[in-house]
Design a protein. Sequence first.
Length: 236
Amino acid sequence: MLEGLLGRKIGMTQVFDGQGAIVPVTVVQAGPCVVLGKKMMVKDAYNAIQLGFGQKKEKNLNKCRKGFYTKANLKPVEIIKEFKTDAVDTYNVGQEIKLDIFQIGDYVDVTGISKGKGYAGVIKRCGYTGGRSTHGSMFHRKPGSIGASSFPSRVLKGLGLPGQMGNVQRTTIKLEIVDIDLANNIILIKGAIPGNNKGLIMIKKTTKALKHKKVVAKAKSTDQKLVKKPSKKKLV
């Protein structure tokens, strides 16, 4: 079964759970996604489904993409992603995939492009403390010395330096689905996800949440074992 969808981040808000506690959530428009193609093990050496989301004007397509959509008799989409699945035969080109593949309480991984911060220095980009704020030091927000002497006579890899900050693909894992609105294709995900509002994202079911549930269940069973049973000895 397919375990992923494409969507668009709308923004953040907060809702109340059953105990009356405030839960911060991200509102996402997920789907409907259209099946654009299938990858088969015999031909492509792996099984996957190509999903498309959004709308794109035909005038903005190149000849290659225009021919692809014309051959499949489909409307142009804004984004295309592949999702690996073994049940390729159960899907047809042109079929719509909706939010019913998810359930409230499921854990998902959300992938998106983080907010771009532009060219940033080491204080903001790497969390450096910087120099003293007193007068005369001439060393406030600079990175400081980055080289070495005769050995190793080079800048070591991984050293934090000024540069482009943000605008890279990031994945936030193990986020819980708080609510689903099938009629409006809206899903509420607990916590924050990468990207700007109106940014395109990819949602996948996570497998790491299962490990978390096992640990919680094991902890509960351990606590039950630690509880001492009352003694059956008769008091004299």
